[in-house]
Write a protein that binds this ligand. Structure first.
Ligand code: PEP
Ligand code: MG
Length: 762
């Protein structure tokens, strides 16, 4: 009976199966999880997956629980050979009450399988494609029945898509070759990366090159002669294009105010730059050659500077020269833009580069370094640009124009995808669009089944996200990351510019409450125009509140802008990032008091009594919560950094991504302790890091007493749905269970059985 119940649960909740792949960092782990889940569901002693190798016409043992793991990769059966080979040949389930009596039974010494009596195998097929065989075995005779056959068939069909994708990863002839791009049949290659910003894209790829003249070669048509007049036409076309970009950018990103292309415009207006090119052309040098020579000289000068922000100008110059050359090349042809509509592959990107790419309407981005909680990733999510991080530098060697299909929802990259793969993704896209929740029809409030109210707010990075947040009934802004207007510019925004940006937040959310976090630069959010970008260990460097407390004039302007922008009748919360001591908090708070006094004296309208609180991101605060909670008006846990610093794992480093475990007992227990202290002192505490939108962590957070969450607007509907699907009392039991685990493995075991199963259902 228990077995039936488990099967029913799994059949009803196929999400658990299909999520297996997207949640597995590694393909081996995916297979292990799949066999373990199936064995547990069918209460079988063994579950194995065999993959079909079409080149050898064999099935190969890929993963097993119950058989000797040393047999993985070694047991190979021709199609038709043994019970497994028979299943692949007949493409039909085989159920044997006593496997050893079957004429097809074949024993492999390395598997230790002679103790298993009952055998059930079903083929895994994807359309007409043979994918492999799914097998369960039991020590008991006559153990599997018709219902098991049905269950296993359903599971196999659910797993087929994921297994097929996974199979593309496996180079059967070179099992050790995991680090190369794996070529599969018909020229398609597959790479598994980490999804950092969701969505799909199918387009030609182009490599994003920085500052080395890469874009400036090969632009003229063979044998074509260009005149001085052509050069001026190309120059004018380039100016017009950039102005057009600039105005599009101003619409899409009001906080950029202007200025992304400042350097470009300055160079275009520079009489010396233009004059040198004209001189060369008049002296018989071809226009493309003249542009390259002069731009090359500038690039060398920029690159030799000791200031990072000047070195950065080299990429502006390169970009500009590339555009002029491009326009020269296509002098009488419609506008061309070598990145428009393409998928960009880059080693890394600055946030400002990401924004430029957004104005060029790139379809997607693949980065070969970085982490999914890095700010470039957060920005990509805000701009709705699919982004995958795959630590595969060989991608940078792809030829220009190579077709790429990226499924950034699960991190799959297909190079030269086959028709079949393209079709598969198109179908999925259609289904996905059909189930997107209807904006405007969401409940106003969020409650658990047993009526516990949760305040659901939005994290805002870019002003363009405000509309979605409002449409999805966000109950205020739980985190406005003020650094974005700073990051996308070439210099500090003035008090006035900031004031205009912050005002928009209150206009969008009247009566809802806005939490504005003061500047959180440094770390992976280096300002190229300040000295934070040259530190050897920036995550532990002059960042966040430390930066503000060092550059008091920058801090003061920001606080004044915030106080002036907030209408007095609105609820304003000012929040400091990365506070590590009560002393630091006091120092920062003093600036708010000073600014209020100054504004009062000057008779300038401002918010008179903001709440002043802090992010909880540095592990040191856990031990001083008692004191901190007596001084701060509210708290918000920044789990992205809290996990990073508690576990000493760089959140932007893909190499250590598997160590970045928010479910580590050290993290979970610390979170609970912080909540307890905040509640003792009656202070609001919310969570605004990525954990706040992850289905397994939401019930944990509610279970330890959190009742407000702040998430990126695109997650609001899902989080609301999720919360309305469980009881607070069950979440409390779940949280207790998690907190009682002293090991990472133990916590993981509890976590992976969420969402609800028998264990927590009342
Ligand atoms: C966090 O650290 O969890 C957080 C919300 O801040 P950020 O991601 O901007 O560092
Ligand atoms: Mg943070």
């Amino acid at each position: 009976m228990e077995k039936r119940k488990g099967q029913l649960n799994l059949l009803c909740d196929m999400g658990e199966l299909t999520n297996l792949l997207s949640e597995s960092v590694d393909i081996e782990i995916f297979f292990q999880r799949a066999v373990r889940l199936v064995a547990q569901t069918l209460k079988a002693d063994v579950c194995s997956i065999y993959l079909f190798d079409n080149r050898a016409n064999e099935v190969v043992l890929k993963s097993t629980i119950g058989l000797n793991p040393d047999a993985i990769g070694k047991v190979r059966l021709k199609v038709g050979e043994g019970l497994v080979g028979q299943t692949m040949e007949r493409l039909h389930p085989i159920c044997e009450a006593k496997a050893k009596s079957s004429p097809y039974f074949k024993y492999f010494e390395e598997t230790d399988e002679d103790r298993f009596e009952s055998f059930l195998a079903v083929p895994i097929r994807r359309g007409v494609e043979k994918v492999g065989v799914l097998v369960v075995q039991s020590e008991q005779e006559n153990y599997f029945d018709e219902y098991d056959v049905m269950t296993l068939r359903v599971i196999a069909s659910q797993l087929a898509g994921a297994v097929e994708n996974a199979r593309l990863l496996i180079d059967m002839e070179h099992p050790g070759g995991k680090q190369k791009v794996v070529a599969v049949a018909n020229g398609t290659s597959f790479i598994k990366g980490n999804p950092a910003s969701g969505g799909n894209a199918f387009a030609d790829g182009v490599i994003f090159k920085k500052s080395h003249g890469g874009l400036m070669t090969g632009f003229e048509k063979q044998g074509k002669q260009y005149s001085l007049k052509d050069f001026f036409v190309a120059l004018e076309k380039t100016t017009n294009q950039l102005e057009d970009f600039q105005s599009k950018l101003a619409q899409r990103l009001p906080e950029s105010a202007s200025l992304i292309f400042t350097a470009h415009f300055m160079i275009l207006k520079d009489a010396k730059f233009i004059g040198k090119i004209v001189d060369m052309i008049e002296n018989g040098i071809s226009p493309p050659q003249a542009i390259r020579t002069v731009a090359g000289d500038y690039i060398n000068i920029f690159l030799s500077s000791q200031h990072v922000y000047i070195r950065e100008k080299a990429s502006d110059m390169e970009d500009l020269a590339g555009r002029i050359l491009d326009n020269l090349h296509y002098i009488n042809e419609p506008d061309s833009d070598h990145r428009r509509g393409r998928i960009i592959i880059a080693r890394d990107l600055f946030p400002s580069e990401m924004l430029k790419l957004a104005t060029e309407d790139v379809k997607g981005i693949i980065l070969v370094s970085g982490g999914i909680t890095s700010h470039v990733a957060i920005l990509a999510r805000s701009m709705k640009i699919p982004l995958i991080i795959a630590e595969r530098p060989e991608l940078l060697d792809l030829p220009d124009g190579a077709p790429i299909l990226m499924d950034a929802d699960i991190g799959n990259i297909f190079l030269y995808p086959s028709e079949e793969i393209i079709q598969q993704y198109e179908t999925r896209n259609k289904t996905h669009k059909a189930v997107t929740p209807l904006v405007g029809k969401r409940p106003q409030e969020t409650r658990t089944i047993d009526g516990h109210r949760v305040r659901l707010m939005a994290n805002i990075n870019l002003l363009s996200e405000l509309t979605l947040a409002r449409d999805l009934n966000a109950e205020g802004i739980g985190l406005y990351r003020t650094e974005f207007p700073f990051l996308i510019r070439n210099n500090f925004p003035s008090e006035e510019e900031q004031y205009l940006v912050y005002k928009r937040l209150f206009e969008a959310m009247p009566g809802q409450g806005v939490t504005i976090r003061t500047l959180d630069v440094g770390g992976d959010k280096a300002l190229i125009y300040s000295d934070t970008s040259s530190e050897s260990n920036p995550e532990l460097g002059l960042r966040s509140i430390r930066f503000s407390l060092k550059y008091l004039d920058v801090f003061e302007k920001q606080i004044r802008a915030i106080l002036r922008a907030a209408p007095p009748e609105e609820s304003l919360k000012i929040m400091f990032p990365m506070i590590s001591s009560v002393d630091e908090f006091r120092e920062a708070r003093r600036m708010v008091d000073t600014c209020i006094n100054d504004l009062n004296s000057a008779g300038i309208a401002h918010h008179p009594n903001p709440q002043v609180g802090t992010m909880l991101e540095v592990p040191a605060v856990v031990e001083i919560m008692n004191e901190l909670a007596q001084e701060a008006d509210f708290f918000s846990v920044g789990t992205n950094d809290f996990v990073q610093y508690t576990l000493a794992v760089d959140r932007t480093n893909q190499k250590v991504a598997s160590y970045y475990r928010p479910f580590h007992p050290g993290v979970l227990r610390a979170l609970e302790r912080m909540v307890v202290w905040a509640r003792i002192w009656g202070k609001d505490i919310s969570v605004c890091g990525e954990m706040a939108h992850e289905p397994q962590f939401i019930p944990f957070l509610l279970g330890i007493g959190i009742s407000s969450l702040s998430v990126d607007p695109q997650y609001l509907a899902d989080v609301q749905d999720h919360i309305s699907g469980f009881k607070l009392t069950d979440a409390q039991i779940y949280a207790k269970d998690l907190l009682s685990q002293g090991t990472v493995q133990g916590a993981w075991e509890v976590l992976r059985y969420y969402p609800p199963n028998e264990r927590y259902q009342g």
